[in-house]
Design a protein around this ligand. Sequence first.
Ligand code: ATP
Ligand code: MG
Length: 558
Amino acid sequence: MNERPRDFIRKIIDADIASGRHAEIVTRFPPEPNGYLHIGHAKSICLNFGIAAEYGEKGKNTRCHLRFDDTNPTKEEQEYIDAIKEDVRWLGFDWGEHLYHASDYFEKLYGFAVELIEKGLAYVCELSAEEIRAYRGTLTEPGRESPWRDRPVEENLDLFRRMRAGEFPEGAKVLRAKIDMASGNLNLRDPVIYRIMHASHPRTGDQWCIYPMYDFTHPISDALEGITHSLCTLEFEDHRPLYDWVLEHVSVPCRPRQIEFARLNLSHTVVSKRKLLKLVENGVVSGWDDPRMPTLSGMRRRGYTPAAIRDFCERIGVAKKDSTVDVELLEHCLRDDLNENAPRRMAVLDPLKVVITNYPEDQEEELIAANHPKRPEMGERKVPFCREIYIERADFMEEPVKKFKRLAPGREVRLRYAYFITCDEVVKDESGEIVELRCSYAPETRGGNAPDGRKVKGTIHWVSARHAIRAEVRLYDRLFNRPDPEAEGDFLACVNPDSLEVKAEARLEPSLAAARPGENCQFERNGYFCLDSRDSTPERPVFNRTVTLRDTWGKKAG
Ligand code: ATP
Ligand code: MG
């Protein structure tokens, strides 16, 4: 295996190992269970679990924790917790025994808050939320001290205990760290560390009515778990002084180090749970796992492979500066994987019937088709052939334009893996629409080659009309028709109205009856597809197009 490039985080860890600073390397992925994971989270998962795995392979003692940052019971749900676990596993990572919840630490966190109060470093404040904001000042103006800032320790202890006991309504009181209202860093201007919420928690039920804030919970959770390197996105850079302040003033067993890296932004995509939730709530998509969503569950349903996503995360690397990655790189990684690994099948999305007039009505046969043109080890399959077949409507032109190489009146083409056929007659209905082609086949070309060496310009795919499976096929396009929907004031305004096209009359080769969700295949010439895990029934299979064979979007838009 190639040595991974040493990004700035790996260099820090290398140095920490060289200096003997840590006996083990411990990372964590800390999602808040308030939505489904998206491709941005995949970057963080691959980084955190990837680092543990890599240094582990080099013989170091390592682990990566999965920790739910479940401190806001009003936004968090069990459904999200379950989905997150499934997604992390699907991506190929394993937290082993190291599954944690910030809520496991509620009692300890309470104890640390009491410790701060006892040290004169926290106080119960009765300003309203708006007042706290107003007192906070701005980047250019220092904040003002709360009138409750110098309450005696005993009074603070008593009030905090009564906050816990449920004596006060929401918003009546908060616990604040006593740091510095004149600090240049707004996060240090006496941040709120506990608030009252009379809300039931998915794990602790009604046991608590005060909940700790993220900036207090996170460093302590890291320390309690022995995290050595706490990797997070750049927006937390300004929170690091607070992270360090908390660890310095409470009696935790160790001092994790927070390191920030640039979050992933993707073109034509939004990666924010809040915005993704809006898409769901407004019915723009059918749910969190809609195949157009950049969620891991949507991508899985669409046919993305974990290997492709891991490859993508590796290629984008980690840096200290924010940037936007072109979604085409993600699609490129996907195509790379599918081109190599997806078996080939035949399916006709817009069927046009072809009757092979010189093929006997009662005859049928099986032809041999390779599952992968470059990988003989993937084997072969049999595809049935008979007098009536379907071809793609777009593979016939009554009056062919110059570069059109496929079927046309009087022209001979190859049916993939089968025979040469020549179009003799075009049958139309009253409206003038073509309803059928009448063709003749050359029996000596079985398998797709003529013994006399004659060539044809075009090869087209087909399925046997008698044996084909009827299916619905869903073709997806970008969900947003602008590269930077995140930058838009109203990202919903740039939703692409044509992001889903349904082919309701598709016909598939019979081997696809055995398809299962999550199994990728290429429909020859049409792209990569997989069975939809949600809407398919045995009577009516539904297939999703994972990605096209080649990129047509760039050309269309350019
Ligand atoms: P969102 O902005 O979508 O709401 P979040 O940061 O609030 O995401 P968390 O559940 O707190 O979501 O994220 C868990 C971890 O994933 C955090 O460490 C966070 O930094 C990381 N993360 C979230 N979004 C991205 C992203 N786009 N790129 C890289 N890492 C991300
Ligand atoms: Mg967050």
